[in-house]
Design a protein around this ligand. Structure first.
Ligand SMILES: Nc1nc2c(ncn2[C@@H]2O[C@H](COP(=O)(O)OP(=O)(O)OP(=O)(O)O)[C@@H](O)[C@H]2O)c(=O)[nH]1
Ligand SMILES: [Mg+2]
Length: 422
């Protein structure tokens, strides 16, 4: 059973309660739970004991019996007391939005680092409430099971045991991070510019990633299909080589435990040369989703980049009726870095790629270089990777004035240090 407590807010909020409920249902389905009931419950005043009103609690208790509900998802924030009281009233497991998102992330994590981070976030969350885990469900779903398995001892564990585990996890994470840092510095040795795709969950990031890099990352009509970031090489129309990064999707009210935990996973994004905000323009809440994403990016320390304006891929325009399609195209025309696209049909992709090329070109610098006349490989490299503005050949050397982007300047210096280009 999914319950969305529609708490009255002064300005009415950006999203309709119904679309919030729909999102909560999608989240629930994302971990393969069968949703037998979805209920909107208006909340005029938060009740300390149960959050929602007495009448609603009783009505839903009947529904729990009638539909044989095993888990109730309350799409909001429950205090430990509220959670316990509702479990008593309904005689079923109750979890709130943060608990649900942690469950999904737990089931999705594929890499060692991802698993460790989710477990860490889940434990920090648990420590604050010390609730019984729903291990029976873990077993049923055969998921990642961060609340089951070795963690089963935690069911009756006290804060100190959880605390010990947290310390151990942090140590293990350090180890994994060190390894990843090695990989990263290896990648920096070939410093291609990084282009990162970010956006609300289900916006189409992986679909776009696959389209551009001819990969087969899981892209699915499911919230949080992607958890661990993936990177692939991509050649832009100018011939410039970049690394494209697909990342975990954002969501409104992202549990702050997870924002902290995924900061590390998003490190590549934080270092990206260009950040592309992929947006599902066919979604009724497109605007609200966009501000949620920008908020998370700001929390991650990218306020300056957000304020300067990100590249926006206004995706899924194929789903729009002609009238609203025109609206989006007009909206985009006013901002050179907003591009209407369809990752599905490829509409607008060439213009989108040209825009990324442009963004990278804006960071370019002009340098003077000289090569021996016979050094064809180096000269060819400059023509391929930069824009040669001037060329003078004397008896011994070729002198070039070239416009290069920062990554290529770095590359050039490194290749020089390693004994030349070629
Ligand atoms: N019609 C249409 N569907 C699209 C388009 N782009 C993506 N989709 C669909 O939208 C759904 C979500 O796409 P994904 O690529 O998995 O989205 P994501 O942003 O990677 O989502 P998470 O990994 O969950 O954050 C899939 O069913 C895609 O087929 C598009 O341009 N047009
Ligand atoms: Mg994805």
């Amino acid at each position: 059973m999914v319950v969305h407590p529609a708490v009255k807010v002064a300005d009415g909020g950006l999203r309709a309660p119904q679309s919030r409920l729909d999102e909560a249902v999608s989240l629930t389905q994302a971990i393969d739970l069968d949703v037998v009931a979805a209920e909107l419950v208006p909340v005029t005043k938060r009740r300390p004991a149960t959050l929602i009103g007495k009448g609603a609690v009783e009505r839903l208790a009947e529904l729990v019996v009638a539909k044989d509900v095993q888990v109730a998802i309350v799409d909001g924030h429950l205090s430990p007391v509220q959670q316990r009281n509702l479990e008593k009233e309904w005689s079923c497991k109750v979890i709130d939005r943060t608990g649900l998102i942690l469950e999904i992330f737990g089931a999705r994590a594929r890499t060692r680092e991802g698993s460790l981070q989710v477990e860490l976030a889940a434990l920090s969350y648990q420590r604050s409430r010390l609730v019984r885990s729903w291990t029976h469900l873990e077993r049923q779903r055969g998921g990642f099971g961060f609340l089951g398995g070795p963690g089963e001892t935690q069911i009756e564990a006290d804060r100190r045991m959880i605390g010990d585990r947290i310390v151990k996890l942090k140590r293990e994470l350090e180890e994994v991070k060190r390894t990843r840092e090695l990989h990263r510095s290896a990648r920096r040795r070939v410093p291609y510019p990084i282009v990162a795709l970010v956006g609300y969950t289900n916006a189409g990031k992986s679909t776009l990633f696959n389209r551009l890099t001819r990969s087969e990352v899981l892209a699915k009509d499911m919230l949080f299909a992607t958890l661990d970031p993936t990177m692939r090489g991509l050649k832009l129309p100018s011939g410039r080589q970049v690394i494209l990064s697909d990342t975990v999707g954002f969501i409104s009210d992202l549990p702050h435990e997870l924002v902290a935990a995924f900061r590390a996973t998003l490190e590549e994004v934080l270092e990206a040369d260009v950040i592309v905000h992929v947006r599902d323009m066919s979604h009724a809440d497109a605007e609200a989703q966009a501000s949620d994403v920008e908020l998370v990016l700001k929390e991650l320390g990218l306020a300056e980049m957000v304020d300067r304006g990100l590249v926006e891929a206004l995706n899924k325009i194929d789903l729009l009726a002609e009238g609203s399609q025109e609206g989006v195209i007009n909206q985009a025309a006013r901002r050179p870095t907003s591009l209407p696209i369809s990752a599905l049909t490829s509409a607008g992709i060439p213009e989108f790629l040209a825009c990324i090329d442009n963004q990278l070109a804006q960071n370019r610098q002009i340098i003077d270089v000289s090569f021996d006349l016979g050094d064809g490989a180096a000269i060819a490299w400059m023509y391929r990777n930069g824009e040669v503005l001037e060329r003078n050949d004397d008896e011994r050397q070729t002198h070039l004035k070239v416009r290069l982007d920062p990554a290529n300047i770095q590359r050039y210096h490194q290749m020089q240090a390693n004994g030349g280009i070629g």
